[in-house]
Design a protein. Structure first.
Length: 418
């Protein structure tokens, strides 16, 4: 076997990492700055570091600037390797996005009143359906805080095992077991409502003129014309495929697809709001859902055949703040009002929905939709207006709870105390 002499190996690697002349003065200066100098001194005195330096460089003692050069070099190589792996690139982007994002900037509300009676005023019925509990929620937001480290380590082990797969527990977090059951419960509720046949344009009436059974009949595709749109995140998509599965089983796949939209991506810095799905591509079904008993094959079929990918622009960018995504969705929404669409069913997220209500309800309104999140798998209907003076509005009296409604923090606090 051919063995490279240690001094030669150390000299070659050293030249690769810090051999450029202009780097050395910068490394010397940086290595002398507190607290970096103290950290480097502690590291250089550690037996394990000295043994590694002797193996690689041929000497156990190295100057602080050389040690710093090696540390920076190893990190650069690590990032280069990570950039070759799709999930590695997403991880690096998630790190950058967390610290540089200002995603929470949304539209400022006002109290202007639209001229609803004017012929030029546009109106669209909208239904928000929040996704079921996600794996991220199950790890960080649910259960006793004392057991959170255990839940985190278990999720970390799962993440490690699927590192090279187009799947994840943390990124684009899928539904948990609880979330899947919540989606089933919503489906059961929607399926249990009586069918109302709305004729002669009745399906186009405002929300406040329709009862829950009327609205559910439109959501299920029994009557009227509705379009289903979704965030590009898998937990929202899967919630829709489960809860609206009776609809997708009876409608033609060519005519009733879920339009996935980057503009509906959740508002947050956290990595669970970043999508695994590339631009203009179809999301891949999470492994846990593909293996669902009695439903896995159907879910896989929906994931293969029921996507309209035109509005999937890939992950949200630093420039694509929440206000821009809100405006993009509203523009698309009002374009649908020009045709024969009676309702838009939106599969999405709690913060996105709450911020949308805060932006388009009157500023003076104290409606619960501005303060509280929708519950997991909650279903809320409302009317959205825009008049010729560009006044956008959700009338508070148009908001109707179909299922679940909004979270009540006071009840949750009392339950914890009890």
């Amino acid at each position: 076997a051919c063995r490279v002499p240690r001094p030669l190996l150390g000299g070659w690697l050293g030249a690769m990492v810090y051999g450029l002349g202009w780097v050395n003065p910068w490394l010397r200066w940086l290595a002398a700055q507190p607290p970096i100098d103290g950290v480097l001194t502690s590291l250089s005195s550690a037996q394990s570091v000295q043994a590694l330096c002797k193996t690689v460089l041929g000497t156990p003692t190295v100057p602080p600037n050389v040690l710093l050069g090696w540390i920076i070099g190893v990190l650069l190589v690590y990032f280069m390797v990570m950039m070759m792996i799709p999930k590695g690139r997403l991880g690096i982007w998630g790190f950058i996005y967390f610290f540089l994002s200002s995603d929470q900037k949304t539209r400022k509300p006002d109290d202007a009143s639209p001229d609803i009676a004017a012929a030029s005023c546009k109106r669209m019925k909208v239904v928000f359906i929040r996704h079921g509990e996600s794996e991220w929620n199950a790890v960080f937001n649910e259960g006793p805080k004392l057991t959170m480290p255990i839940r985190f380590l278990k999720a970390l082990a799962q993440e490690f095992l699927m590192f090279f797969d187009q799947d994840s527990v943390f990124f684009d977090s899928p539904l948990s077991e609880v979330g899947i059951q919540q989606s089933w419960d919503l489906m059961s509720f929607l399926a249990s409502q009586p069918t109302h046949t709305l004729e002669n344009g009745q399906a186009s009436r405002p929300v406040k003129e329709l009862d829950v059974a009327d609205l559910v009949s439109i959501i299920r595709g029994d009557t009227g014309r509705s379009i289903v749109v979704s965030s590009i995140l898998r937990r929202a998509i899967s919630t829709g495929f489960i809860s609206l599965s009776p609809r997708f089983l009876k409608t033609q796949k060519e005519k009733d697809k879920v339009q996935i939209m980057t503009c509906l991506q959740e508002i947050s810095r956290n990595v669970d709001t970043l999508s695994l799905t590339p631009k203009l591509a179809a999301p891949e079904i999470p492994a846990t859902e593909a293996n669902l008993k009695h439903m896995g094959d159907l879910m896989s079929h929906f994931y293969r055949t029921r996507f309209d990918k035109r509005h999937n622009k890939g992950n949200k960018t630093l420039k694509q703040k929440a206000i821009k995504r809100q405006e993009e969705f509203v523009k698309w929404l009002l374009d649908q009002a020009k045709g024969e669409t009676d309702m838009i069913v939106v599969l999405g997220h709690s913060l996105w929905f709450r911020e949308f209500f805060k932006s388009y309800l009157p500023k003076a309104s104290q409606h619960v939709a501005k303060k509280e999140k929708m519950v997991n798998c909650g279903c809320i209907a409302f009317d959205f207006y825009k008049d010729s003076k560009n006044v956008y509005r959700i009338p508070p009296d148009s908001i109707k709870e179909i299922y679940g409604g909004f979270a009540d923090k006071s009840k949750k606090t009392k339950a914890k105390k009890a």
